[in-house]
Design a binder for this molecule. Sequence first.
Ligand code: 5GP
Length: 348
Amino acid sequence: MDNVADDFYRELPKVELHAHLNGSVSFQTMEKVMKRKPHLNIEHHMTAIGKGQRRSLDECFQVFKVIHQLVDTQEDILMVATDVIKEFAADGVKYLELRSTPREETKTGLNKKNYVETVIGAIQQCKEEGVDIDVRFLVAIDRRNGSEVAMETVKLAEDFMLSADGLVVGLDLSGDPTVGHGKDLLPALQRAKNGGLKLSLHLSEVASQLEESELLLGLPPDRIGHGTFLHPDVGGSQSLVDKVTKNNIPIELCLTSNIKGQTVPCYSQHHFKYWYQLGHPSVICTDDKGVFSTDLSQEYQLAAATFGLDQQAVWALSKQAIDCIFAPEALKQQLRQKWTELQPRVLK
Ligand code: 5GP
């Protein structure tokens, strides 16, 4: 990790809604996985982007391929998932929605079903150990894999939604945004929505995807990942913005990820400003805390420093994120209660 955030931001209770499992693996955990597989000759600079470094979006997706080579057994998944959950908890995250793309690795016996079972096992293990965090899981569709795999993933997610004690709450659409077209995935996404899975979709992450974004916003999704190019100042359109605001669809905003992946030129031009000034539900998230060498406390601090938010505003921002979680109302109430209890200690 590049920096450590100030005490206020670390003590601030936080909600993390956009965290890809394999992108969230810390330096320390990566070290353990690398030791298990020295023959792969993978070094840290191949799995994380350090301070001041930038990569193209395409290079970022190459990084995920390297991580997938390393994390390819059930044992690995269990270790990275428990470590990631504990690290978020240590950073003051009280509620986490983790997302991951189920994978198959014939040589290690990993398949999509036992992949999801293992992540769920990690969540349950952390709960049994008393880690102070509530975790839910979103099953991810990698758009690169096309419509058939998307439909299979939805069916898998439906099965686990019914069988995993409420831990599987939704579906994520992610993967290289320059590959494939959202229209091919609409039937799968529509089925998921009809079946009660909540939808968080990466939308307009790169420029010139107006048509796809219009189509996907028609579902409508329950949350939007990034939404970098939705608004008219950056080549989006008022009609897209109107769809988002009319349906009050929260946006997950990942500052460092967008700067390091070069979809946004600098922090001050991040679209957080646009949505926050509109008063639209805007949730600060990490995206891939391992790959982008950050944590959620630092992301809050960066947003505050860049956009001039005082502690009251930062508190309101973290509390508002509770409204945007996919878990049921009863858990929202518990989290609000937790924020109320912590307020006198944190907001001095
Ligand atoms: P995993 O699903 O293997 O746990 O996490 C890594 C995967 O998440 C990547 O292969 C990619 O599909 C997705 N991902 C991670 N970060 C991003 C991002 O910033 N944008 C998009 N579109 N996908 C991402």
